[in-house]
Design a protein. Sequence first.
Length: 476
Amino acid sequence: MSLETRGEQPSSTRPFGLRIAPTLKTGQSSNDKTGTCFDMRRRKPRHGKAAHVGHWDSALRLRSFGYALLLTLLVSIRANAGILHQRQPLVVAYFAQSGLYSEPPVYLRDLVDNGAASLLNQINYAHASVVGGRCSIGDPEADLETAYASENSVNGTSDDPDSRFRGYFHQLKQLKHLYSKLRILISLEGEAADFREDAKPENLHEFVASCVDIFLRGHFAPGVTEPGIFDGIDVDWEFPQRSDAENFRALIAEFRRQMNAVRRGLKLSIAVGDRPEMQPGTDFRALAPLVDEIGIMNYDYTGPWESRTGFLAPLFPTADAREYGSVAESITAYEKVGVPDRKLLMGIPFYGYEWRGVSPENSGLFQRGKGDSESKPYRTIRRLQSLHTTQRNRESRAPWIFDGANFWTFEDPISVAYKCRYAAHRKLKGIMIWELGQDTAEATLLTAAWRSLQQASTSSTFAEPTGAEIPAAAGS
């Protein structure tokens, strides 16, 4: 399949679209195609009043031409400044509190040491609890209680053992001191039934007020008040159904109202499924103006719950697995229901899945096997890449590994970079990563994403990858 993305042609627009006409010599006609100068002046010299009028008329024409040229330059510069602004998509990434219990633990200090923090525009901290009609701290041990030593704290100083304000929240505060432009949102996650109860008209106001009070006003616990750590709220309701549609819209509207009452400029985002139909009945055209970002979970198009191998997050559809959809199709679907490009974040997974006992036909791709329900972080999969050939599908741009019996689907620096170029090409708000703790210690995937977005910002075209980037492979 040609990579013109199913009929989408790369733009040939010049990066700055400004055309400066060649300067005409005095008296040269703009219709002179030969480049020679046609003297439109009188042959005889002018004297007296006629000469004065002629010079005055020339000065007026020159001034008018100067004004016109200046206006053209200003309009063009302003327009191109807008283009450049649009070509700097946000890098948004989740940081999961569960990383504290990984082996080895994931610390926010890691984002400083490997440079990741400087590449991020926004962190969505996952997660807060939404049980019982109220927001609450999701994991007190991880969020507030764990004491950090100097070697793993963000600013290199040990926590005060007598302080009640420790944990990841304290580390987030330190991180914001180092990176003042970094925005941090609290992600609200929970069971669909809990969100459904919270969003009922009789519960709505108090539920939102509890979230705003704890996370935006900073009333984390008795004796612990730390406003200003969180710059907004991310609502991750998976997923409101048709009977919830009106309450879902009312919930988001109430968040916007109460957040504006605290402070203008607080960010409100929602995470949505890979297609609008996963939230049946939701009026996205009415919802979009209420939020700053709509993050599409562009992953889990297939996975170990299926008995056939496939791609976790294919950018484009494949003929042999069209029923699972693709990232590009998801973006188009949300555009069609009224979500502006400038509100959409493309989801990118930093993890992968494995199937075992897979048939060797087609290098294991689209073959039957037994899925492993536990996802694998990219830092684990990268070690597999050093042992086995990474194959790439030309239709979907997705990589995979097959060792003769086991199949892995994942993202790597090449596929991530290509997706980011595509996100810039579609003029999306940015990308949304799940999640930082699954990257390598060197932030390999995040760095690839950031560099690709930076490169895309200098070009108005969607660059094709070279043959070296996308080698021929089975199943292509």
